[in-house]
Design a protein around this ligand. Structure first.
Ligand code: CTP
Ligand code: CA
Length: 216
């Protein structure tokens, strides 16, 4: 079994020394890569900038990228032959419209940046998904969590969506623990306990494996 996994943030350059980014560390995605490898799967981990070292497992091939466009290019090469797609990356929704060749110099009291929309990696690949392929997305919402997550699941053709909780202390960006709720296309909801990201990853992988090979 071959897993395509996106993880970490993307960095969108503004000039040679600055970028727009976000607080994702890649911990959840890297933990999922390790959990799949421990089950014998081959993983292509497409990672945005993360301080985490490449996972040591020989079953995990790590591809380092920086921008959403690079992540999309790397993911679309692998998507065709991967059995499972997991989109754990915090992809920047927008990038600076112009990337300065030279460092932007300080001038007026205000500075306005124009941003343009990035490619939606999950949604674009979703258009090419074959019936036997399985896609898992992530969502982080602060209002109407379940409704927004369900809407993303449908729009991006996910089979499962993992909703990150921001309400619980100890969950989310940078933490070693996480609390998630998983929704499937049939409307089934599974609540996970607050636990280590490694435990959440193992739980998600066994849930995905069970959906792929339902008990007779
Ligand atoms: N995603 C992606 N490419 C993007 C944006 C998001 O592949 N350009 C994926 C994420 O990896 C995640 C899912 O889509 O699995 C949902 O991401 P999220 O940011 O929650 O959704 P958006 O559609 O960007 O909506 P919004 O940020 O407005 O909530
Ligand atoms: Ca987004």
């Amino acid at each position: 079994m071959h897993i395509l996994l996106t993880a970490g943030p993307t960095y969108e350059p503004l000039d040679p020394v600055r970028f727009l980014g976000n607080r994702s560390t890649g911990k959840m995605g890297y933990a999922i890569a390790e959990a799949f490898a421990a089950q014998g799967a081959e993983v292509t981990l497409i990672s945005g900038p993360s301080y985490l070292p490449d996972p040591a497992s020989p079953r995990i091939r790590t591809v380092r990228v920086e921008t959403a466009a690079e992540m999309y290019a790397a993911a679309s090469e692998v998507a065709l032959e991967a059995d499972v797609w997991v989109f754990a990356a915090a992809v920047a929704d927008y990038r600076p419209a112009k990337v300065g060749v030279d460092k932007i110099k300080k001038s007026g009291e205000t500075l306005t940046l124009e941003l343009v929309k990035n490619v939606d990696i999950a949604a674009t690949l979703g258009q090419r998904k074959r019936p036997e392929q399985f896609a898992v997305g992530f969502a982080l919402e602060t209002t109407n969590e379940l409704a927004h997550a369900q809407d993303k699941l449908r729009r991006k053709k996910f089979d499962l969506i993992v909703l990150n909780s921001l309400r619980d202390a100890g969950a989310g960006f940078g933490h070693d623990t996480n609390k998630v709720t998983v929704l499937d296309a049939a409307g089934q909801i599974v609540n996970f306990e607050l636990q280590s990201k490694a435990e959440v990853a193992r739980g998600l992988v066994s849930l995905i494996m069970a959906k792929l090979n339902p008990a007779p």
